[in-house]
Design a protein around this ligand. Sequence first.
Ligand code: AHR
Length: 536
Amino acid sequence: EQPSISVYPSHKLSKINDNIYGGFTEHMGRCIYGGLYDPQNPNKNLIDENGFRKDVIESMKELNVPVVRYPGGNFVATYHWLDGVGPREKRPRRPELAWLGVESNEIGTDEFMQWCEIVGTEPYLALNFGTGTLDEALAWLEYCNSTQDTYYANLRRKHGREKPYNVKYWALGNGEDDYQDSLWETDADIRNRVLGSLAGRAGPSLISSTSERPPADPYQMTKEDYAKKAYQWAKALKLTDPSIELILCGETGHSSWDFYVLKECVKFDTHSLGGSTTASLIDMHSIHIYTACETDPLQNAIAPRSAERAIEIAASLIDLARIENGVPPSVPRQTICFDEWNVWDPSRAPGDKGAEEKYTLSDALAVAVWLNVFIRQSKYVGMANIAQSVNVISPLMTTKDGLMKQTTWWPLLLFSKYMRGTTIATHVSCGAYEGPTTPAWQQSTVDSPWLDVSATISDDGWVSFVVVNVHQTEAFDVEIAGVKEGEVKKYVVSGPSWDVVNTESEQKVGIEEDQWDGKGKLHLPKMSMTMLRWKQ
Ligand code: AHR
């Protein structure tokens, strides 16, 4: 079959929320200490007066990251925010139970807020649903957002910050790939940490259907426990500050957990919201998925298509909850907050060892497919946060002398720079992969064409179109209908073999920039991502 693609710039589908290019910084491995903050680095040029890495700040600015989630992840389930405010010399060092380290609390709320202000990004805080209390959560919200003459607002003032931080996004705990956190850890995370190194047990991404899961710990927080607690906390948090947006913790988007918590928490509850008929206790539903297939680079590259199905299913579950609970159209539809996504194989990069995954070309293509998914599904996705922003399963690595940009940095940069605005329609006609997938259920539920595409139009009329050729051995020459002949900018991310990685000394995968006249066929190398841009 001769492949062909059509792009329809005038057929607008849905607005893209800039927050799909969100980041995530957890107190884990070298993300905060050594990533954001590195005062001990001997190379003083790299560090600003606050001890922050200047090169990391510049990279976040280059990506134009609109929102950053903090402080976890699993870390948050035993985190007490009061440990991290006030004079540094008085802050306690605590054992840290998620990744089994020690938390110095040198970086806490005020430092993170300061970093966000320097970067020009919005903070998104996750609440401790493990060992934390509702009182603590309310106090944190008051500390961050209140302008009143009250204890925690005054504590913030005492710590040198008069103005409120106005943190808009708050997560009701930390959701999980396939298990919600129990007290402080999930079965999935125990697998990542303890079993991760055992062959064939690569963690959450690979264990994605109920039958494949190990038995749940009976003392784990159940969906019933979680839904009740989330609803109670949501009421009190919105009473304290009705301007915030609350994120409910789902799971993979396609589980009975997601179904149950949505049904219980997405309600029409004007009583809790001061009689408002337009507000909602829950504003977004969070899902987490990591994809990976160590043994097959093709399966690895197409695995994010399973996340696309997860988004569709979660969006349907949101609609179902709204219909069944009689939520009127005056209440804006809850969106999906994909607040952990990436390629991660915990057997390659275990969590308790800092999860410093080394990314291949196949992983870069997977990230491009992930981002295509968010563009195609922009109608439903209110936020997405790559996990994580630096050093931990990240496209960006710090060294003592500077930065190393992994293969996955380049598709992320291109998308974040150009794929904003509105999703537009595309049509692809090409052959498809047929065979086993990871996760296994993907094979029977999602198509896997060799060419994975998405397209956008910006407010000033620039069309950006991405096509990922996931084929390991075949290049394609493709007719692109709808491209404007003349000056078309072309960017290609590719490399000599699927397993090539970037190192400090050699960038084997980067962006090749070129021009195309838009005439004839476009050559798509094997294992490549191509972006075209033209002014409509
Ligand atoms: O991002 C790394 C970890 O992955 C997070 O702490 C946790 O939420 C997930 O299992």
